[in-house]
Write a protein that binds this ligand. Structure first.
Ligand SMILES: Nc1ncnc2c1ncn2[C@@H]1O[C@H](COP(=O)(O)OP(=O)(O)OP(=O)(O)O)[C@@H](O)[C@H]1O
Ligand SMILES: [Mg+2]
Ligand SMILES: [Zn+2]
Length: 526
């Protein structure tokens, strides 16, 4: 008897449906798995046998053939244990099947004692199930994720419990697994975010805006950058507070929505790195700090057999922070260009290509020259003009073009550092940023755009909302300052964000002048 079940494997961050066929005949006892299983899937044989025996069933001493289709995709992971075990039990007539197997996608790893263990990639699995209008059968440990996703599911702790359900022994209405209009659980998510916040508040390792003395301009620039998701580059001498400022951005990032969290958590679940450990979904926007010695593969993603997402994708819907930006190798710098433009990385392999989303905001910091003191009033720069030329030449053109905001950060004097006057707290600034975010959200409702920085040529015209007279005011300045066409658009977008912060519908001259100021650095001419 052949039993057909549905399961899934993963390519990139997507789950791909896999049909599992289990066929039992007389012959030399043993299990053969065909259809491109990788080593981890082949190992299932022994786990499944032990789990079946230890769940109180006889293990059929027969020839068992398991076929995985489509045959041309490599099947990886231990999530096939459960469909294999159920398939074997049904085919051997040890388990009667009272449910319509075709309604379910089944995934679960088995312990030798029959316990069901958590599987990776359950978000991708849920997304697939919703698309195919099916329910998923998963381990209890993945239950909460399924609840957040709003997908039809049944979860179990052991193989025995799954068998009870399949044979109808649980005495429940099998159709009850299917709820109509199952929606993501927003209320539960808000509760969960608060819980995580409480847990994390104890060990915040970033400074509050209150603790940053002076730097008014840089603080404002950071607020504008975070509000509109604009890439920002901070330039200044050693010890001026660039790293501190960048880290303080963590405290003003707007809350993450459930949809955004699902997207980013899904990406992170395919990373080899530990990420916001022990959580089901990430509860705040990612803030990924990258060391300048990072490899290109580590930054943008890579690996041959099964590519994993790089740091830029782990920063999806959040911030990528690159300190000592000028120290990145030329190759690594260049590898950032396309992903930043497309907000996705395309990794091509011989038999498939994978797309990892990477819609991040870049915060970069660097010294203005190799010695660090170029342009500083209090220190002399010891670099030769050739050294300075080489320094900027590496950064030149295309990569600098991708920043919307440049800001110079200088050391504040001692008097200011000792000053007890405090400015706004991170909490107050965050509230304003959230308000600005709602403003943008309303404007871009029903589109793919979330923040002003994502506007492009045609959408700028549509959404920027500027009067003819203000536009000609702007145009005249651009001509005088000889501003490039790329910079022309970037400045308009930043001006849009500034107007949004002020709650203005129309762009005015003040917003434009402030935005222009963020390109006006002596180090890099717009
Ligand atoms: N405006 C300020 N208010 C409060 N503390 C400050 C300020 N500026 C600098 N500091 C202190 O000085 C330290 C050094 O700052 P930080 O490491 O951010 O400098 P940096 O610009 O990143 O330097 P480098 O170029 O060497 O990396 C900070 O940890 C902070 O304690
Ligand atoms: Mg630093
Ligand atoms: Zn120098």
């Amino acid at each position: 008897m052949i039993t057909r079940l549905k399961s899934a494997t993963f390519i990139g961050i997507n789950a791909i449906p896999v049909d599992v066929e289990v066929f039992i005949t007389t012959g030399i006892p043993g299990v053969m798995i065909v259809g491109l299983p990788d080593a981890s899937t082949k190992e299932a044989k022994d786990r499944v046998r032990a789990a079946i025996k230890n769940s109180g069933f006889d293990y059929p001493i027969k020839k068992i053939t398991i076929n995985l289709a489509p045959a041309d995709i490599r099947k990886a992971g231990g999530a096939f244990d459960l469909p294999f075990a159920i398939g074997i039990l049904i085919s051997a007539r040890l388990l009667k099947c009272e449910i319509n197997l075709d309604d379910y996608i089944i995934a679960g790893e088995l312990s030798l004692n029959g316990r069901l263990n958590k599987v990776n990639g359950v978000i991708a699995l849920g997304i697939l199930a919703k698309k195919l209008n099916k329910a998923i059968i998963i381990p209890d440990e993945n239950k909460e994720t399924a609840e957040f996703l709003g997908v039809n599911f049944k979860s179990f702790g052991t193989l025995k419990d799954v068998c009870k359900f399949i044979s109808g022994e649980e005495g429940q209405l099998i159709q009850a697994a299917f709820k109509e209009n199952y929606l993501p659980d927003y209320e539960y998510f808000n509760f969960y975010v608060k819980q995580m916040e409480l847990r994390e508040n104890k060990n915040n390792d970033y400074p509050d805006f209150l603790d940053i003395k002076g730097h008014e301009l840089a603080k404002r620039a950071l607020e504008v950058a975070v509000s509109g998701h604009h890439n920002i580059l901070m330039i200044g001498p050693p010890g001026s507070g660039k790293t501190m400022m960048a880290k303080s951005a963590m405290g003003i990032l707007p809350d993450i929505s459930l949809e955004e969290s699902i997207e980013t958590s899904n990406i992170c679940s395919f990373s080899n790195k530990k990420f916001q450990e022990e959580c089901i979904l990430i509860s705040k926007r990612p803030f990924i700090s990258v060391h300048h010695a990072i490899t290109t593969a580590g930054l943008i993603g890579g690996g041959s057999a099964n590519p994993v997402p790089g740091d830029i994708s782990l920063a999806h819907n959040g911030v990528l922070f690159i300190d000592e930006f000028s120290e990145l190798s030329k190759k690594t710098l260049d590898s950032l260009r396309q992903p930043m433009e497309d907000k996705a990385v395309n990794l091509s392999r011989s038999r498939f290509s994978i797309l990892f989303p990477c819609d991040f905001m870049l915060i970069a910091a660097m010294n203005p020259c190799p010695c660090g003191y170029y342009g500083d009033e209090n220190h002399e720069c010891r670099c030769s003009s050739a050294e300075i030329y080489r320094f900027y030449n590496k950064l030149s053109g295309p990569i600098l073009d991708r920043f919307d905001i440049f800001i110079e950060v200088y050391s504040v004097n001692l008097e200011k550092l000792m000053d007890n006057k405090t400015g706004e707290s991170s909490k107050e600034i965050k509230e304003r940023i959230e308000r600005t975010g709602k403003f943008q959200g309303k404007r871009y409702m029903g589109t793919d755009i979330r923040f002003n920085s994502s506007l492009n040529g045609s959408s700028i015209k549509k959404y920027i909302n500027i009067s003819d007279s203000t536009l000609s005011f702007y145009y005249n300045i651009c001509q005088k300052l000889n501003i490039s066409s790329r910079a022309y658009h970037r400045t308009l977008k930043v001006a849009r964000t500034i107007a949004d912060i002020e709650g203005k519908d129309k762009l005015d001259e003040d917003s434009i002048l402030e935005a222009l100021n963020y390109r006006n650095t002596k180090f890099l001419k717009a």
